[in-house]
Structure formats: structure tokens, C-alpha cells
Design a protein around this ligand. Structure first.
Ligand code: PMP
Length: 433
């Protein structure tokens, strides 16, 4: 049993010693003390079904024994920086990751986070092309350092960003976007941005395949880019000499079920792929993968990362890939995700409050609106359902520009029974409103 400080004590310490800007998912924040696969436990030992942890970090399941063993064994043996000496862990994971990617994407740079991975990717695109301009999508989140804050396309996330050369293209959002699901029409905006806002040549384009966003409101909201958008966008970018960067921080690692990487759902092959979160199942790790030709640009200047690719984190990363393969987690994401989506669509027919159900595999979004025609965001209702589901024992996330989208992104070991429990809890809560 847990004998540590109570939720109230932790909260008061956090208020005194940690950032005042910290936010919590619930008004009465949950004190989670243990995790096991798709479950979290609070200080009283109460179990919660975690349908959100996947997005934060957990891909194979909380404290997956195989990943824990890999971390513990490597920690006992050696933890160090890998910039000075040889060690097999970093090389083994680089090889395993390269084998997961199409085409000539086989040179890996490791980082500690998604932000660092995207910063490096953007810098490489600029070095390779000799151009500065970057295009990203409105409603995108790519990180919180100088360059990625610029690429992140919403005011709340920007602070004194010197946004020279960053252009935000119209978001190909099938639910709220002006062209509905006609992807190619949205892509024309990229052409316009290049034509009217740049010299005609650009460094690159960065986007997710499904916009998932960080923990809170502001951006993302599980928006699947309209079909046909990415192929058209990539063509335009290539013609302007730019590189295409796929941000797989949330959509990679088998989450979409049908494919291992999110971009594969759109039939495109990027020039640079960035990843983090799920790659380490909770351990801080990120990576940038590109072609040998593009990777070459980093021989022209210095780049190193003290802890990027350290033995403990890369041992965890390799264990994650093994677990995904051995436990057929991609198939599970597809089967359970499809089933869960079907049940959520049926729930939409029952409850007017649900305006849209979307996403792929175990990366699903449920958008709540008070009016289907006007798509008026049901913000308060979202908070209420979120809270009530927690009381029942189910944790889902929240996001989207208006904070009215449930983000359902569980660890990939989520079962059909878990899916039923989640939908039943949502149904029960909405029925009582
Ligand atoms: N890209 C995407 C799509 C993300 O969701 C995030 C984090 N929410 C990042 C990049 C940044 O990753 P990190 O928080 O590890 O820096």
C-alpha cells in the first residue's frame, strides 16, 4: 500500500514550489501512484482505466515488465552519454528504427524530447536547402523551443517568437474546415503561401498525419488531415525545393493500427521523420530519422546532445519495438480501435451532444457540440463528462482548439472489454445529463 503524502499535501507543495502555470486534467487532480499496463492506481489503490496515457508516453502499457527489465538491467550496467564512446544500445536501436521506415530513411539522430527532435529536423531542412522558410499547419503543435514555438500555430503557445519565415497554412480539417474532406483544395493554400510570402523556394513543411496536440486545449484535437491533402502538399513543397518533415511524436509507433507510422496512412514518404513519447514507453527519448544525403549536412557544423541516445533510454526504445512486435500491438490497435470507433459512432447516433467521432486505431477523438449545424463547442459539458467518467473509473483526455474534444489514446494493449467499459461509462454519463 501507498504510504506517501496525500493528494492535498502534494498539491500544496506544487502550488508553492512548482510553476503557477501548471494545469491538471481534473478540478480535483488525481494522485496516481502506480501503473500497470492499461491501468493507473490512486493513493487509495483505486483502479482507473487509462484511455489517455498513450498520448503522453505509454505505448506498450504502464510499467511493461519487458521494458522495465531492459531499463533496470542497462541502468545497473552503465548509464552515460554516448557522444564520446561506443556502446551497442544506441546502434541497436538506430538499426531497428531504420528497419521500420520506408525508402532511404535510415540515419538516426537521438534526442531527449519531441521538441528537440523537431528543432533538429527544422535546422537540417534549413541547412540542406539553404532556405529559411518553413510551412506548418494552423492548429499544429510541434514543441516549445524557439523554432518549434514558431511552427506551433496558435497564439497561446507563442511568446516573443521571432517568427521570421514561418507560415501557417489553412488546416485541412474535415469537420470544421471550409473545404470539408477535399484535401487537394486545402493544399492550394500552401502554393499561395509560397508564391506570395516567400522567394519561391522554401526549407520545408512540417505536419502530423493526425493532429493530436499536447495535453490541454489550444491546438490539435485528433484531426485527421483530409484525404488527398498530404500527397498534394508534399508535391508542392518538393517543387519549391523544400523538405517534408513528418512529426510522428504522437501518431507513430503503431498507434493508428493500419500502419506503423501515421504518414503511411496518406501514402507519402517524408524526407525527415521525427518521433518521441511512445518510442520510450515513458522514458525521455526522441529521434530524427532522415536519408544519408540529408544527414550529411550535420557534418558541416557541430551538433551534439549529451543525453540523446544514452544507453538506458535506447535500451528502453529497443524493448518497446520488441514488445510492439511480439504482442502484435499494431494489430491490436487496429482491431480494438476499429471496434471502439464503431461503438462511439453508435453513441453519436444516440446522443446529440456528440458532433463528430474521428481518428484511426487507438487515436480517436469525440467532439462535443451543443448544436450540430453551428458546431457550437460544448465546453462545459466536456468538462462534466470528463469528470464523471473519472468518477466511474475511466480516464480520457481533452483537447482541441475549443477544449471540447475527448482524446482517446490508450496504451496499445487496450482490450475490447476496456473499449466497452469506456463507451458504457460515456453513455451512462451523457444519459444522466
Ligand atoms: N510534436 C507533437 C505532435 C507533440 O504532441 C508534442 C508534445 N505534445 C511535441 C511535438 C513535443 O514533444 P515534447 O513535449 O517531448 O517536447
Amino acid at each position: 500500500p501507498y504510504t506517501g503524502p496525500s493528494a492535498a499535501e502534494i498539491l500544496s507543495k506544487r502550488k508553492e514550489y512548482l510553476s503557477p502555470a501548471m494545469f491538471y486534467l481534473y478540478n480535483k487532480p488525481l494522485n496516481v501512484v502506480d501503473g500497470k499496463m492499461q491501468y493507473l492506481f490512486d493513493e487509495k489503490g483505486r483502479r482507473y482505466l487509462d484511455a489517455f496515457g498513450g498520448i503522453a508516453t505509454v505505448c506498450c502499457g504502464h510499467c511493461h515488465p519487458h521494458v522495465v527489465d531492459a531499463i533496470v538491467n542497462q541502468t545497473k550496467r552503465l548509464q552515460h552519454s554516448t557522444i564520446l564512446y561506443l556502446n551497442h544500445a544506441i546502434a541497436d536501436l538506430a538499426e531497428a528504427l531504420a528497419n521500420k521506415l520506408p525508402g532511404n530513411l535510415k540515419v538516426v539522430f537521438f534526442t531527449n524530447s519531441g521538441t528537440e527532435a523537431n528543432e533538429l529536423a527544422i535546422m537540417m531542412a534549413r541547412l540542406y536547402t539553404g532556405c529559411h522558410d518553413i510551412i506548418s499547419l494552423r492548429n499544429a503543435y510541434h514543441g516549445n523551443a524557439a523554432g518549434t514555438m514558431g511552427a506551433t500555430a496558435q497564439s497561446n503557445w507563442k511568446f516573443n517568437v521571432i517568427q521570421s519565415g514561418v507560415h501557417h497554412a489553412i488546416n485541412p480539417d474535415p469537420y470544421r474546415g471550409v473545404f470539408g474532406s477535399e484535401g487537394e483544395k486545402y493544399a492550394k493554400d500552401i502554393q499561395d503561401l509560397i508564391q506570395f510570402g516567400t522567394s519561391g523556394n522554401i526549407a520545408g513543411f512540417v505536419s502530423e498525419a493526425i493532429q493530436a496536440s499536447p495535453i490541454f486545449t489550444g491546438v490539435g484535437g485528433i484531426i485527421e488531415l483530409a484525404p488527398g491533402y498530404l500527397p498534394a502538399a508534399y508535391n508542392i513543397i518538393k517543387k519549391a525545393g523544400g523538405l517534408c518533415i513528418a512529426d510522428e511524436v504522437q501518431g507513430g509507433f503503431a498507434r493508428t493500427g493500419s500502419h506503423f507510422w501515421g504518414f503511411e496512412n496518406h501514402g507519402v514518404v517524408p524526407d525527415i521523420v521525427t518521433m518521441a513519447k511512445g518510442i520510450g514507453n515513458g522514458i525521455p527519448l526522441g529521434a530524427v530519422i532522415t536519408t544519408p544525403e540529408i544527414a550529411e549536412v550535420l557534418t558541416r557544423r557541430n551538433y551534439f546532445n549529451t543525453f540523446g541516445g544514452n544507453p538506458v533510454c535506447t535500451a528502453a526504445g529497443l524493448a518497446v519495438l520488441n514488445v510492439i512486435e511480439k504482442e502484435k500491438l499494431q494489430d491490436n490497435a487496429f482491431v480494438v480501435g476499429s471496434y471502439l470507433k464503431e461503438r462511439l459512432i453508435a453513441l453519436k447516433d444516440k446522443h446529440d451532444l456528440i458532433g463528430d467521432v474521428r481518428g484511426r486505431g487507438l487515436m480517436l477523438g469525440v467532439e462535443l457540440v451543443t448544436d450540430h449545424e453551428l458546431k457550437t463547442p460544448a465546453k462545459l459539458e466536456t468538462l462534466h463528462v470528463l469528470d464523471q467518467m473519472k468518477e466511474i473509473g475511466v480516464l480520457v483526455g481533452k483537447g482541441g482548439f475549443y477544449g471540447n474534444v475527448f482524446r482517446i489514446t490508450p496504451p496499445l494493449c487496450f482490450s475490447k472489454e476496456d473499449a466497452d467499459f469506456l463507451v458504457d461509462a460515456m453513455d451512462y454519463t451523457m444519459s444522466k445529463m
